[in-house]
Design a binder for this molecule. Sequence first.
Ligand code: FE
Length: 292
Amino acid sequence: MKLRPVKQIIKAMAVTEGAGVTVHRTIGTPALKNLDPFLMLDFFHSDDPDDYIAGFPDHPHRGFNTFTYMLDGHMQHHDSMGNKGDLGPGGAQWMKAASGVIHSEMPQQSSGMMRGFQLWINLPAEQKMSTPAYQDFSPDAFPVVENKGSRIKILSGEYNGQNGPVDDPYTQVQFLDVTLDKNNTFTHKLDDSLQGFIYVFEGDAALSGTALPQHSFAVLGEGDTLEISAGANGARFIIVVGKPIGEPIVQYGPFVMNTREEIEHAFADFRDGKLVRDKANFSDVRNAPTRA
Ligand code: FE
């Protein structure tokens, strides 16, 4: 057994996105351009409507998946595939933008707390121009494993024999939301080939003995076991790992491809109204290659 240490701690950068929404970005900043297969992580948390009310009106994506996990507040989603979804507290949305999607994500409240994560997960080259797909999940879609002093909500991947409903066959993302009572320790076997991070968003914790105060983002070092302890006030954090894709990443704003030419092509397509090629095809999700 080798405990995974903290490899790097990233300080979140406040970034203005959409029509003027303040988000706290960790992956996708100069300190951590990406963490293969993850391209971007934004955490939004504010009870000041000025920080979120403008929302994210129509904008394009190509070449990757977006995953939004809502903790507090309501966001309405609308996209070029014809999907509409109301994302509420505890719910999540997975969108395979692939060849091209234009969508909007708009807050459905003018006061109160808005809190959640948006994670961008890369697609392998062979999938970047495939048919887009979309799924949303209500809070009760996610299995929860309760142990003494801990509560593990499984959004994606397998934990303790149970599977989260979000299944990304290309990068095998495991996404857990863990609540730990004070002074408890969470131990979890994690294949050494998986790369990822933890983000402490309530209380404070320690990873293999390294202190992680609230709002710490830590890249996981090499090892096969995670050991996370909660401080005197307990802790809540997400653990997110995936299989690296190992291909060149060329990113420009909402487009993430393998080469500069493909990015230029995406801009030309968007300019010419040709970014959206396909309507949603849910069978594309089910027929995706099985895990290696
Ligand atoms: Fe978006």
